[in-house]
Design a protein around this ligand. Structure first.
Ligand code: DCM
Ligand code: DCM
Ligand code: ZN
Length: 265
């Protein structure tokens, strides 16, 4: 996602924190965040092109073989170096720190928290498990209405931007409130099944990556080959998918649903 998508995922996630999580997160956040996780959720995108952070660039996605339409950890996350591997890694760092004060010395837990909350958003963006051959849609040149762009950017930014203009009075907080209402009332019947992480597992990013490539094949890539102009029909049929994936981005990050809280020990 772009900045708006990540901000929305993290703002919604924060709303489900237990009191202890609020306290623990506040301790880890840099001062400029002013206690707001959402304020730092785009940080991994801001730094990924700097020479000293180049090693993080591939941790934002887990591309899959062209036209296979399914994800497999051992194939698509070689050496654990991809978005799902990063979610396992940073969850493990934060969990071990809550059990063992030694690891507080070994890991930078502020960075771990900022990476984890960003990558939990990215794994839910369908094209972050898109095809290797087109770099998750980055090489698929399309028009968004009359604007030249690529398919990956349509899903990172354009669908959200158009929705803000058309339905949410150009206000991200209005959109976030609408998604919070849909979580409470609209999707309430299926929300229970979203956080299906087993108790003995540290994190469950693999099912989220599988859902993403399935949605990429069914919605993102469908009727969107290179040179296509995407307009109202594509926008109206894909916006519900984008909104649901943003809302689902809060699942099991930082122990909000069915799991014991990451920071409560
Ligand atoms: N991306 C992806 N798959 C790739 C390369 C990039 O999903 N093989 C994502 C990461 C960014 C976006 O596409 O969200 C743009 O990539 P970059 O910033 O590296 O140009
Ligand atoms: N994994 C991990 N930490 C965990 C669980 C899994 O690093 N707590 C990584 C290593 C496994 C891979 O995920 O090779 C696949 O895990 P799964 O059993 O979820 O498919
Ligand atoms: Zn990213």
């Amino acid at each position: 996602w772009g900045d708006d998508g990540h901000y929305a995922v993290c703002k919604i996630t924060q709303g489900y924190f237990e009191e202890e999580t609020v306290v623990a997160v506040k301790k880890l956040l840099p001062a400029y965040a002013d206690g707001e996780l959402a304020a730092v959720c785009s940080w991994p995108d801001e730094i990924k092109r700097l020479p000293q952070w180049k090693w993080t660039a591939a941790l934002h996605f887990a591309d899959t073989p062209d036209d296979k339409c399914y994800y497999d950890y051992s194939r698509d996350c070689p050496n654990d170096w991809c978005v799902t591997g990063a979610i396992f890694n940073y969850t493990n760092q934060l969990m071990s720190a809550s059990k063992d004060s030694q690891s507080i010395v070994h890991y930078n837990l502020t960075e771990a928290l900022m990476f984890l909350s960003h990558y939990m958003g990215d794994v839910h963006q369908p094209l972050h498990e898109g095809f290797l051959g087109d770099l998750g849609g980055n090489k698929v040149k399309v028009n968004w209405y009359n604007q030249e762009t690529n398919l990956h950017r349509v899903w990172d930014d354009m669908i959200i931007e158009s929705a803000l203009e058309k339905y949410y009075n150009s206000s991200l907080s209005v959109m976030i409130h609408a998604l919070q209402d849909k979580l409470k009332y609209g999707w309430s019947n299926d929300v229970w099944s979203w956080g299906s992480c087993q108790l003995n597992q540290t994190a469950c990013p693999n099912p989220y990556a599988s859902e993403s490539i399935d949605l990429a094949c069914k919605y993102a890539y469908r009727n969107a080959t290179a040179g296509t102009t995407l307009g109202d029909y594509y926008f109206l049929s894909r916006l519900p998918v984008v909104e649901k994936r943003i809302a689902q981005g809060r699942r099991d990050s930082l122990g909000s649903d069915s799991k014991p809280n990451l920071f409560c020990e």
